[in-house]
Write a protein of this length. Structure first.
Length: 170
């Protein structure tokens, strides 16, 4: 992948928080350094917006995490965890993230999707064909859809430098 990143490019970062959180937890038993992920995703360019899509749990004890994201300059969009009659739980922001990326893309040169979820392949392809933006993906390579990696114009593998992207990883 050979793409150009220059300081005048306008970029927005869309973070699938649940995807990144669970990847880091399952692969490394650690938490994500979201501040560093956003800095490297932006890569010295003009950050227009950074948005983290988060799910609030039944306990509602995420306030400290949300406040930390806000202090980093990352907007948070929250949605309640859905609990179904049979006890099944569901919480994802895929459609919301996609709608925001499509809506904001006309004012950007690059979109960075921070997720390894292959469900975002149609979004990547749509943005490339219809918005003319560069679409980049940042995620832990070990848990990223290979088709998503192929579709993206650039891929940042967070697994290549776990000390940098995980909190307390040695």
């Amino acid at each position: 992948m050979s793409i150009i990143k220059h300081k005048e490019q306008r970029v927005a970062v869309f973070i699938d928080t649940q995807n990144l959180y669970h990847s880091a937890k399952n692969l490394y038993k650690r938490k994500v350094n979201f501040d560093q992920v956003v800095k490297d995703a932006v890569a010295g360019r003009k950050l227009v917006r950074a948005i983290a899509y988060v799910i609030t749990s039944e306990a509602g004890d995420e306030k400290g995490f949300f406040d930390a994201l806000t202090k980093m300059g990352i907007e948070t969009k929250t949605k309640d965890l859905q609990v179904f009659a049979g006890g099944a739980k569901k919480g994802d922001w895929d459609v919301g993230l996609a709608v925001d990326a499509i809506t904001i893309a006309p004012r950007l040169d690059a979109v960075v999707i921070v997720s390894g979820d292959g469900d975002f392949i149609p979004l990547v392809e749509y943005l490339q064909k219809n918005s003319g933006v560069q679409v980049e993906v940042a995620s832990f390579g070990k848990s990223t859809s290979s088709k998503l990696r192929e579709a993206a114009d650039d891929f940042i593998d967070l697994s290549e430098n776990t000390r940098k992207y995980l909190i307390g990883y040695r």
